[in-house]
Design a protein around this ligand. Sequence first.
Ligand code: PEP
Length: 255
Amino acid sequence: MRKKIVAGNWKMNKTQAEALALASEVVNMVNDEVRGNVGVVLCVPALYLPILQKFTNLAPNVALGAQNCHNLAAGAFTGEISAPMLASMDVPYVLVGHSERRQYFHETNAQLAQKIDMALANGIIPIFCCGESLQQRQANDHFDFVTNQITESTFHLSPQDFGKIVFAYEPIWAIGTGLTASSAQAQEMHAVLRQHIAAKYGEDTADNATILYGGSCNEKNAAELFACPDVDGGLIGGASLKSREFANIIKAMVA
Ligand code: PEP
């Protein structure tokens, strides 16, 4: 079944004390105010995953996610974190292929396919990020570019494994810029992605795929974006760093 998810991507923000406060506030707000079937995922700096579990353990609808994992299980990769390590810490989700990882760390579709395999082999749900640049959109290349990202990183999977992935469509030009895709642009791309999935895995799998929107989503525009029939929630960057605003975005998903 298609899941509704609102995920926060904290990126490289917050000290320990700030992280504890933010997670505690979000969990309390979700427990007190959110009625309805929406999963919340907090993708926090890896360092804080263990200390934040005491909060997420108190909230059945809130889970933790890492922001990245390596494509191999172990080895001489100083500074990296592997999927088996995350699994050993009971981390249920991991972001894979965020545009900042693609841009600054040169992650390729092929490498991301390996990261997805590694996450799934360790029982972790990948939130696979995809999205086009402004240039690609202006050249009318955006549908081909994003569907190709999905093909190259996920279409090697068995239908069973494919069904476990969460997708996040994040136009690069909308991330952290304050420029949100219009609800029409988001819906259009999500529908194209669903058709693309249907052509490979069939209508049922496509219909059940969870596809989030990300890119300058905030408490003002969330309700309109989430009302689109093919938008199943959001991946939220900047606005997930403020508990009140993030909780309001979550509530927009169940309203
Ligand atoms: C993100 O980084 O995934 C994101 C969507 O960021 P923002 O909401 O700040 O645009």
